[in-house]
Design a protein around this ligand. Sequence first.
Ligand code: CU
Length: 316
Amino acid sequence: MAASAAEPRGSAEPTGRNHGLWIFAIWLPLAVIVDVLLYFVYGPHMPPGTMSDSAASQQFDIKVMSVLAAPVMVFVLVYAIYSFVVWRHREGDDEDGPAIYGHARIQATWITVTAVIVLFLAGFGSYELAWPGFAGAGAGQGPSPVWKPTDGTPVQVQVIGNQWRFTYRYPQFGGFETTALYIPVGVPVQFNVTSLDVIHDFWAYQLGVKADANPGVNNVAYTTAKHVGTFTVRCDELCGLWHGAMTNQGQVVSVADFQAWAQQTETQLASVTAMLPPYATAYDPTVVPQMSKAMVKGGLLGGNGYYYPPNDPSQP
Ligand SMILES: [Cu+2]
């Protein structure tokens, strides 16, 4: 009787309720439900879809990160709501809630859980950077890619950024250049991304491909399309007035359709291709004046419509 009278007035939990256990018991089922919904219900609709192996791999990464992040978010919300309900201020109660500071078990749990999550994400992220098929996850790898597709010879597509549109050259088909972008399904594609002026960024959303287009640099990105269809290309680096309009659509088609299109276009554009600079991994527009003199002298320039000069240091 005396003990109960001596108990601090307004003590939060005269019954000794185990708050940690309660919060855990509320959090656990909620976290499991949210994770299952995220992975299995929303997951298949997460960006950027599954049109290519790199896109599918990115969607998987986002699913995994969501499944790891959601329980943390749920814990924050459960803890906040629990605090509002259980530890809210009551009339005549001037005591603080239970202290976390100096609580060894809570501290050890906090450090362990956060360390495991961060270290797992570091390992997972490093591995996924090289995946799928260790071909670099659809990102630009610079001029000498570390990760290359191992299944067959890639179809080469050069992406040329230019204020304000992308054009595409196909070196395996005579190097013709066009504004149309076609790639075959089921075959590795190597995008050689460069620019003629400022920095652009080739972003083929549904393919999960994204690579900076730097003048004078060849930035290589790989992907393998998994099914036919249309994808959107946008410039994703602010590149001037009409940056927002720098977009076009690409097509993933069957291998036979791609071959037919490429061969037909090669024939159709042959006379134009003859006026282009020879295919190179990068072009340097700043050499125009010197080039022009040489080409005028050699009868190369004038009516031939040279569009941009080859990056050939041996030229005068
Ligand atoms: Cu651009």
